[in-house]
Design a protein around this ligand. Structure first.
Ligand code: GTP
Ligand code: MG
Length: 430
């Protein structure tokens, strides 16, 4: 997909942040830093940035008249094409600012939406972005259509606003129908994964999820120093010589203040995490705001009602962290058995992650001795495909097996019918 708005002439931008009461100047400045990364991901060149302290936003223009004058001057002198606000603006604030300053005004939501539009490579992502765009446009129809109230087509009796609103509703419905069709196909392909151990990578955008996915699966996955490089889940198998195949899924990154219309549309994509047997929460440990980023991710996991899933915190990019940060993270990891510090670019560290995944896997594994008639072809092929076969002997019409597999899986296959002797993993090791 392309930019969601005409971007031909838009190249240079000024960023504006507003520190309101209760928000420190420092965190407003750091948020502006993130906005700069978002802006460059959306192919803007950031010419300048400015931060204003205000107790509360002006209802008509968000910022004060002095700041507006200053921005108008800057835009004129430096050939600016857009001003990007770190805060979300109401439709009327955006309209008033555009009139007062005379350049295009974007807010954080529109910028993120634009990046999603640029990066949407699959049909599902494209439909989701278009739906989010419609949700964004709906309350702004008049802003994007200044002659909105002029009568539409001859004799229709409808205003442009009404015609556009009706079009948005129809388009929204047809997108929703397409998404349902695509999801049905996705559900079918997901069914095949029931027997696997599903590990899902979650984390703040740019934390290194796709890099870790590439390192663990050995397959080519898009990695970019950009925000929201990944919008569509990809699933790859990981070979860890375990009794159960492991599937690893990469997901869309999270961000602080993700526009709610985008969250609503990408909720389905994130639902993948609901199916997870284990979450790998990837953290950019070298980032100045890594703690805030972890909080954001945990909040999203809570929203998705998956904050109680087994999870491993993977502090990534340790090679970029300074000595003090390395010490701090090492301290976290010493206290938390479900945390580890790595660099996704280091082969030994990737092995450490695989070992941890295996630990989770074997925690609920059982070893069983089975006597299965050879006529049970379907069951046998499921066992061969989805469990670790320790020994296999043939006697008459039966196959004698020692297998190791997940206890839920054993229950699902109703293996107790064929049990010749059962032992838990702990017994087996004793
Ligand atoms: N030095 C270093 N760079 C890393 C490491 N892990 C990832 N990177 C870099 O960080 C950037 C982002 O990596 P990605 O894997 O695309 O991050 P992501 O979490 O998938 O990002 P989104 O898909 O945008 O959410 C890329 O430039 C990677 O090369 C690491 O351990 N060390
Ligand atoms: Mg990615």
């Amino acid at each position: 997909m392309d930019h969601i708005f005409d971007a031909q002439g838009i190249r240079c931008a000024i960023l504006v942040g507003v520190a309101q009461r209760g928000i420190s100047t420092r965190s407003a400045r750091e948020s502006l830093e993130e906005l700069a990364h978002l802006a460059s991901t959306a192919t803007f060149e950031v010419i300048d940035r400015t931060l204003q302290n205000r107790d509360k936003p002006d209802p008509a223009t968000y910022i004060g008249s002095g700041k507006i004058d200053e921005l108008r001057e800057m835009a004129k002198n430096r050939d600016i094409d857009a001003i990007i606000f770190d805060n979300d603006l109401s439709p009327s604030q955006m309209r008033n600012l555009e009139t007062d300053i005379g350049v295009r005004i974007l807010d954080r939501s529109l910028l993120i939406l634009d990046i999603f539009a640029l990066h949407a490579r699959t049909r599902t992502a494209q439909i989701q972005v278009q739906m989010a765009h419609l949700r964004y446009l709906r309350p702004r129809i008049r802003q994007f259509n200044p002659h909105a109230e002029r009568r539409a087509g001859l004799g229709s009796g409808e205003t442009h606003t009404e015609t556009t609103r009706r079009w948005i509703e129809q388009r929204g419905k047809s997108l929703y129908d397409s998404l349902k069709r695509v999801r049905r196909q996705m559900d079918t392909s997901r069914k095949g994964r029931n027997h696997s151990f599903n590990v899902v990578l979650v984390g703040y955008t740019n934390a290194g999820k796709s890099t870790l996915m590439r390192g663990l699966s050995g397959e080519n996955v898009l990695v970019e120093n950009q925000l929201f490089a990944t919008l569509t889940n990809t699933t790859r198998s990981v070979d860890v010589h375990s009794h159960r195949p492991i599937l690893l899924t990469d997901t869309v990154g999270f961000i602080n203040r993700l526009p709610h219309h985008l969250f609503a549309c990408f909720r389905a994509t994130l639902q993948e995490a609901v199916q997870a047997d284990l979450l790998l929460h990837v953290v950019d440990a070298s980032h100045s705001q890594y703690k805030m980023q972890m909080i954001t991710v945990n909040e999203v996991l809570t929203k998705l009602k998956i904050d109680d899933k087994p999870a491993l915190t993977v502090y990534n990019k340790m090679d970029l962290a300074d000595a003090e940060r390395q010490k701090e993270i090492a301290k976290h990891c010493a206290k938390d058995p479900n945390a580890l510090a790595i660099s996704a670019l280091d082969a030994a560290d990737l092995d450490a992650v695989k070992n941890r995944i295996c630990d989770f896997l074997s925690a609920d594994a059982v070893t069983l001795k089975l006597q299965v008639p050879q006529s049970e072809g379907k069951l046998l092929s499921l066992l061969y495909a989805h469990s670790e076969i320790l020994t296999r002997d043939y006697e008459g019409n039966d196959v004698h097996l020692r297998v190791r597999l997940n206890s839920n899986h054993a229950e699902r296959l109703q293996l107790d019918r064929f049990l010749s002797e059962s032992r838990t993993q702990a017994d087996a090791l004793a």
